[in-house]
Design a protein around this ligand. Structure first.
Ligand code: SF4
Length: 753
């Protein structure tokens, strides 16, 4: 099948949501999960007596509607609730080589993994293995290590708090902090940046704040496809007259107009205007743009005071150095690097300066650049100018992409744990956890590459597809003695493995998790620090799958025995006991079982949001000074960013369509400005090979279709993860080590074949 031939493009959609979104949600739900399971699952999605959507980390309001999910949430739920299964028969029919020829969409569509499987060294096919033998094999390999640091324990953002807490405990009980996670690949830059300048790595707003904001700036984020329920509070904000400013290289449909399918008016008319100002920043031009906005704010402040000097005096340090730095930046340099017209910059500055309550939201469009930490700290600088912390309707809002990625970090999934956290573990479990820092995701790949890691285990996720420099990552993994994937669905990480590989099939969020007659529930934390219970409602498609909690406990029991200070067996049988440990170890979780029983959810404390207290070494928020990066492009080169399509969740591909951008039937596309195409003698629809350039190295992917698109000159875009082979492992954000997926220097040439 030649997918490239089927690719079609039409002009991007004018409006997001509406009837098409509803129809698409229902088509996916019924098509994948069936007429009984689909509606049963959706009726309990995001409800307090149901389960948390396994999609993004956008929060629910306390006043939940009956349909508390979006089109993409429906896709994620239906995908997990699928009745299709990929069991031993499937693996007997398909060799690893054959499966490698299939794309991610096909692999995912094969359905739920049901049985533990092993790929033994030299074998061409996975074969079945009993749970007991699989656990014994893994435990034996872990016991063989000459140091615990030869093991790596990766976590994806789907993992519940309970499973994550036990998983980090298992790694530390073994003696390592090698706990990389998907956060290393997405919002690590946000956490690092915020912790340095406001004293906490988490965002400072709640959903309620969106009802009070006078202006909402949204930078490097496409909520229409990646956090669709965010469009409803934006719609309400727009209707009550708040400004919405979009900052992004592409003018995404989801921030232009929205037809809210939860309201009758969402099915007629043109929908509600969302962003009243769009700043088409060049790829990686954000630091310059934020400084340009600040420069314009300082100019406005000369005419009439708009900077909150009382707030700055009481709560911040470094203002003078920042003010002087901005004064020294020239308009010519700032507009050249940002690519944004000075009138638009002044319009944004006026909105910022005249709004009493301002929220700044962002996502991976800001966090995956070499200067990502500076991007976020420049946002904090702008918020500090107006005193937008510790006041309702204001604050910093990093919007996380996977449902429990924030909770996993709260539970201690971090390669650089704090001394307080380790001391609390030691007190609770009476063992000495390791203090030396472990590997993050990128450093794990380096370590596997050089043979320092012998066992790699992943709790969910698709490590191979999600990581940069795909060929390097695949080769690095092949050097491990054993790789283990705890998974719900088949993906590329099951096909590029260690010399021996295990697949351990796990229950999903929507699956009922029974211990005897008692249904267990888990907890998750959303992007705004609300912790809620999540209880699966569907009968699992096979009784051979195990919960992530049970899997971790079985490994712990085999490694450390029945007399271990961690009562692995008891914890596997009663998740309430795990939460009791969490309550005594993690600040904010004290009495969590009772809080969940009484209210179903609770808000974690946040010193900045709740008390306008900044727990930095200075005891105040910190203005920072950065010089914008200027990436030099040679003739014919473009700066490439990556995007997700509308029918995709992280590395999971539901279809080859991207409705809002007008693309269907294929994902091997590169969006480029028509004038750049003409200048290079290329044309819309042409097939090209794409080469990235980094420190004299070249990486090429072949056979991508050009699409003329409204994107700033000198820039290009395409889909993640298809572009990952172009991203060098060493091309990372300074200060967070997050791969700089979103600013890769490329050149294009007509396809060789
Ligand atoms: S906005 Fe995110 S969490 Fe909510 S239903 Fe949609 S995908 Fe799920």
């Amino acid at each position: 099948m030649n997918r490239k031939k089927r690719l079609k493009t039409v002009p991007p959609a004018e409006t997001a949501g509406g009837l098409t979104a509803v129809a698409n949600a229902l088509r996916h739900a019924m098509g994948r999960a069936g007429w009984l399971r689909g509606p049963a699952a959706l009726a309990r999605t995001n409800q307090l007596d149901g389960f948390d959507c396994p999609g993004c980390a956008w929060p629910e309001s306390r006043n939940r509607s009956h349909a508390e999910f979006c089109e993409n949430g429906a896709k994620a739920v239906a995908d997990e609730a699928s009745k299709a299964t990929a069991g031993p028969g499937f693996f007997a029919r398909h060799s690893i080589e054959e499966l490698r020829q299939q794309d991610g969409r096909w692999l995912n569509a094969q359905g739920r993994l049901t049985h533990p499987m092993v790929l033994r060294e030299g074998d061409s096919h996975y074969t079945g293995i009993s749970w007991d033998d699989a656990f014994d094999l893994l435990a034996a390999q872990l016991k063989l290590l000459s140091t615990p640091d030869e093991a790596v324990f990766y976590t994806s953002g789907r993992t519940s708090n309970e499973a994550a807490f036990l998983y980090q405990l298992l790694a530390r009980r073994l003696g390592t902090n090698n706990l990389p996670d998907c956060s290393n690949l997405c919002h690590e830059s946000s956490g690092r940046a915020l912790a340095q300048v406001i004293g906490s790595g988490k965002g400072t707003v709640t959903l309620e704040d969106f009802e009070h904001a006078d202006a909402i700036f949204i930078a490097g984020q496409n909520p229409g496809s990646n956090h669709p329920r965010m469009l409803a509070p934006l719609e309400r904000a727009s209707r009550r007259g708040a400004h919405i400013v979009s900052i992004n290289p592409l003018d995404e449909t989801g921030l232009r107009r929205f037809r809210n399918p939860q309201r009758l008016s969402g099915y007629i008319g043109k929908g509600t205007l969302l962003a009243d100002l769009h700043l088409p920043v060049r790829v990686n031009g954000d630091v310059a743009l934020f400084q340009a906005i600040a420069k314009a704010v300082f100019e406005l402040d000369k005419a009439s005071a708009v900077i909150d000097r009382d707030f700055i005096e009481s709560h911040a340090v470094g203002f003078e150095a920042y003010r002087d730095h901005i004064a020294g930046q020239t308009w010519g340099m700032l507009t050249r690097i940002s690519g944004v017209d000075i009138d638009m910059i002044r319009a944004a500055a006026e909105i910022l300066a005249k709004s009493k309550r301002v929220i700044f939201c962002w996502a991976m469009g800001l966090t995956q650049h070499r200067n990502a930490v500076a991007n976020i700290q420049e946002i904090v600088n702008l918020l500090l100018l107006g005193g937008h912390f510790g006041r309702p309707g204001s604050g910093a809002c990093p919007v996380r992409g996977h449902s429990n990625v924030q909770g996993d970090r709260t539970m201690g999934i971090w390669e650089k744990p704090t001394g307080e956290f380790l001391a609390a573990l030691q007190k609770e479990f009476r063992f000495e956890p390791p203090a030396r820092h472990g590997f993050d995701t990128v450093d794990s790949i380096h370590a596997m590459r050089t043979g320092k890691v012998k066992v790699f285990m992943a709790m969910g996720g698709n490590y191979v597809a999600a990581s940069p420099d795909s060929a390097v990552t695949q080769r690095a993994l092949s050097r491990c003695r054993l790789s283990v994937q705890v998974s719900t669905k088949l993906n590329r990480s099951h096909l590029y493995t260690g010399r021996t590989a295990l697949i351990l099939p796990a229950l999903g969020r929507s699956d009922r998790d029974m211990r005897g007659d008692e249904a267990q529930f888990v907890t998750v934390e959303n992007s705004m620090g609300v912790v809620r219970g999540s209880k699966g409602v569907l009968k699992p498609v096979s009784d051979t799958m195990r919960s992530e909690v049970k899997i971790v406990c079985e490994i712990g029991r085999r490694l450390f025995g029945e007399t271990d200070p961690v009562a692995w067996q008891a914890l596997a049988n009663d998740y309430g006991l795990i939460r009791e440990h969490i309550g005594r170890t993690i600040p904010g979780f004290e009495g969590c079982n009772e809080k969940l029983r009484d209210d179903g959810e609770f808000l974690l404390p946040h010193p900045v949001r709740d008390e306008c207290r900044f727990p930095t070494p200075a005891g105040k928020a910190v203005f920072t000074v950065h010089q914008p990066d200027e990436i030099e492009l040679e003739e014919g080169q473009l700066l490439l960013t990556s995007l997700r399509s509308h029918d995709q969740f992280n590395t999971t591909i539901y279809s080859d369509n991207d409705r809002y951008r007008g693309v269907s039937g294929g994902r091997q596309v590169i969006f480029v400005h028509a004038a750049d195409l003409a200048e290079q003698g290329l044309a819309d629809g042409m097939l090209v090979d794409v080469t990235s350039h980094f420190r004299g190295q070249a990486r090429t992917i072949e056979g991508f279709r050009l699409v003329a698109f409204d994107i700033p000159r000198g820039c290009a875009a395409g889909y993640y993860p298809e572009l990952n082979p172009l991203v060098p492992l060493e091309h990372v954000a300074r200060g967070s080590n997050t791969p700089a997926y979103k600013s890769v220097v490329i050149s294009l040439k007509p396809a060789a074949r």
